[in-house]
Design a protein around this ligand. Structure first.
Ligand SMILES: Cc1ncc(COP(=O)(O)O)c(C=O)c1O
Length: 307
């Protein structure tokens, strides 16, 4: 966004899901806003239908970042088909992966044509047809050529074919881990609701407040690691804490950024409590049962009291 000269207006997230909410988006929108960027965090779809009313009333487009959530659904509609335009990263750890690369999805002809001119060049633009208003840009487009490497596209199409199986295995594993956390006094399983069919870009239990202190989290993580479960603190944190936004120095992109002053308590609450547990990529039911046993002991309460 910054490299396109667009200024982000951050909004807080639900501390239980890490997804934006209608209230947080309403609070963030100011005049001049053009679009909402909605990320389905770690595979849990945002309620985009609810956001759509707000978007229509304010003349905003909805851009979905479905990188974590291919195959997830809300009320029968797949992530990536909920907004006006969707992007999916196919970076190496995503559910559909290509090493690097990604795709853009839209059913809007105008947005599609503009994306083709922006990110492709030559033949793809010619294919838009001679009567397309953007046909004149065929020789170069913007010259940016942002498209996925063809070899990456081949890998991604293989991963796409595997996706239903991967999701099924993930959901089975998640049910086992949810069950292991059911009676935990310390943590709760990742969120979901009856209208959603989520997927998992890693499994993230949340420590229950008020026990959610850093020491408890560290103890649980190191116990899990010692027992062979590669748990960790989430790699990312609230985007608004990035030095570019806190310092307000946008020189990197020649932008006039105001230093971000809001604290976004929902985001801090989520990131202060979450523990990342990757699913084994391959493995048997036995492996997931063993992870569940370790989770049961680590989050059982007795362990943290002992130490
Ligand atoms: C939700 C989300 N969107 C976008 C990206 C960036 O993707 P890329 O590295 O393909 O640009 C990531 C990267 O991990 C991500 O997690």
């Amino acid at each position: 966004m910054l490299s396109l000269g667009l200024l982000p207006l951050f909004c807080d997230v639900d501390p239980r899901t890490a997804n934006v909410t209608i209230e947080s988006v309403k609070h963030a929108i100011s005049s001049g806003a053009e679009a909402m960027v909605v990320t389905h965090m770690w595979g849990l779809p945002c309620d985009v239908a609810e956001l759509r009313h707000l978007a229509e009333a304010r003349g905003l487009k909805i851009v979905e970042d479905a990188s974590h959530a291919p195959g997830a659904e809300i009320n029968g509609v797949k992530a990536g088909a909920l907004g006006d335009i969707a992007v999916l990263s196919f970076q190496a750890f995503k559910l559909i992966w290509a090493g690097e690369g990604g795709v853009l999805l839209t059913d809007d002809d105008e947005l599609y044509s503009r994306a083709v001119v922006f990110g492709h060049n030559q033949r793809r633009i010619v294919e838009l047809g001679a009567d397309n208003p953007y046909a004149a840009y065929a020789p170069l487009g913007y010259g940016l050529k942002l498209r996925i490497h063809p070899l990456g596209a081949v890998i991604a199409s293989h991963a796409l074919r595997q996706l239903p199986k991967v999701i099924e295995r993930q959901r089975t594993s998640a049910r086992v881990l949810d069950e292991a956390l059911r009676d935990s006094p310390l943590a709760e399983p990742p969120a979901t609701t009856p209208s959603m069919k989520r997927v998992y870009y890693t499994y993230k239990p949340l420590l229950k407040s008020p026990d959610a202190d850093e020491k408890t989290r560290e103890k649980i993580i190191s116990r899990l690691q010692r027992r062979g479960v590669p748990a960790r603190i989430p790699d990312s944190g609230p985007l608004s804490d990035h030095p570019i936004f806190r310092s307000g120095k946008g020189q990197l992109f020649g932008l006039d950024l105001r230093p971000e002053r809001e604290e976004f308590p929902g985001a801090h609450h989520f990131f202060g409590r979450a523990i990342t547990i990757p699913f084994p990529n391959t493995g048997t039911e036995n492996d997931i049962e063993q992870i569940a046993d370790e989770i049961k002991s680590a989050f059982g309460g007795a362990y943290t009291k002992e130490c």
